[in-house]
Design a binder for this molecule. Structure first.
Ligand code: ATP
Ligand code: RIB
Length: 310
């Protein structure tokens, strides 16, 4: 049986509009597709890990509205344990997402209940961490809550994977509490105090080393279609399978889910990164966040055909 994974984080209802491109400031354009679906970085990671066969529990907060009920039900549907998911009076988190035809996106988040998920809530849910091997965190809850979650994870004897997303300034303490951090290119640059932009592997390595000076241990920089750079004492570029990207929303979440599932099944870090790259590459070939998460059977078939094509 795979080891238990606990995701402590955010849930948003994603309201998605697709158009040829993303409008510039002050511009109104006509889109061609609209849909809403459960999202949020925490819930996406929990949902995707459960679909990949992980043994997953999710802790967080939704509002007592239709969105909250739909998000809870969707996680349950994927086989994720939601007993520790709290409901609070008021609105659930939402995300307004623009997706362009080249697969890129822009997002505004209105946190709602996610902002009311407190350190006390984390401590009250400590029993759900019992027996956890891996705890997954992101930065869509208040920072004191993320810190409390990292501490609770360590107290429970779990290893902690922090996705420092969306990009924001964080104290070194949070790096010291995490075993692995997984910034994308933008987040890595911002965390290192540099201007955001696309990175080549050499630049990513330089930034990862800066983050290690700030007490980060293992840094995995997610590099979009280039794959990821795994940096601990050594560094290794792990390329992603080539695919036609339709929508990269939640690619980073799918990556973290794949990483956690791979590690929970006993893969070493490099092999878990390969597994995570494959899961994330497959997810970008479909529209949506949770809607694009592959099942384990789909991922195994994709990995099999990719290996045969090499
Ligand atoms: P998001 O914020 O949209 O969830 P992200 O910006 O955090 O995603 P990316 O670096 O864009 O993360 O992508 C995460 C992972 O997804 C990559 O490390 C890679 O494994 C995979 N990936 C993303 N885009 C592509 C692509 N075009 N082709 C293949 N794999 C991709
Ligand atoms: O990482 C993708 C997610 O970011 C979306 O599902 C949206 O809810 C935002 O949190």
């Amino acid at each position: 049986m795979p080891h238990k994974i606990v995701v402590i984080g955010s849930l948003n209802m994603d309201l998605v509009g697709c158009a040829a491109r993303i409008p510039v400031v002050g511009e109104t354009i006509t889109g061609h597709t609209y849909f809403s679906e459960p999202g949020g970085k925490g819930a996406n990671q929990a949902y995707a890990a459960a679909k990949l066969g992980g043994r997953v529990s999710m802790l967080g907060r939704v509002g007592n509205d239709d969105f909250g009920r739909a998000m809870r039900a969707n996680l349950q549907h994927a086989g994720c344990d939601v007993e520790g998911l709290l409901s609070v009076e008021g609105a659930s988190g939402i995300a307004l997402i623009f997706v362009a035809d080249d697969g890129h996106n822009s997002i505004i988040i209105v946190p709602g209940a996610n902002d009311r998920f407190s350190p006390e809530d984390v401590d009250a849910g400590a029993r759900y961490l019992e027996g956890a091997a891996w705890v997954l965190l992101q930065l869509e809850n208040p920072l004191p809550t993320v810190l409390a979650a990292a501490k609770a994870g360590r107290r429970a004897g779990a290893r902690v994977i922090l996705d420092p997303a969306p990009a924001r300034a964080v104290p070194d303490e949070i790096f010291a509490l995490a075993d692995i951090i997984t910034p994308n290119e933008t987040e890595a640059a911002i965390l290192a105090g540099l201007a955001p932009g696309a990175l080549n592997p050499e630049q990513a390595l330089e930034i990862a080393r800066k983050l290690q000076e700030r007490q980060a241990r293992t840094v995995i920089v997610k590099l979009g279609e280039q794959g990821c750079l795994l940096v601990n004492q050594k560094s290794q570029l792990i390329p992603a399978p080539k695919v036609k990207a339709v929508d990269t929303t939640a690619a980073g979440d799918e990556f973290n889910a794949g990483l956690a599932v791979g590690l929970s099944e006993g893969l070493d870090l490099a092999a878990a990164c390969q597994f995570a790259n494959a899961a994330a590459a497959l997810s970008v070939t479909k529209l949506g966040a949770q809607a694009s998460a592959p099942t384990r059977a789909e991922l195994d078939a994709f990995i099999h055909s990719y290996r045969r094509s090499l």
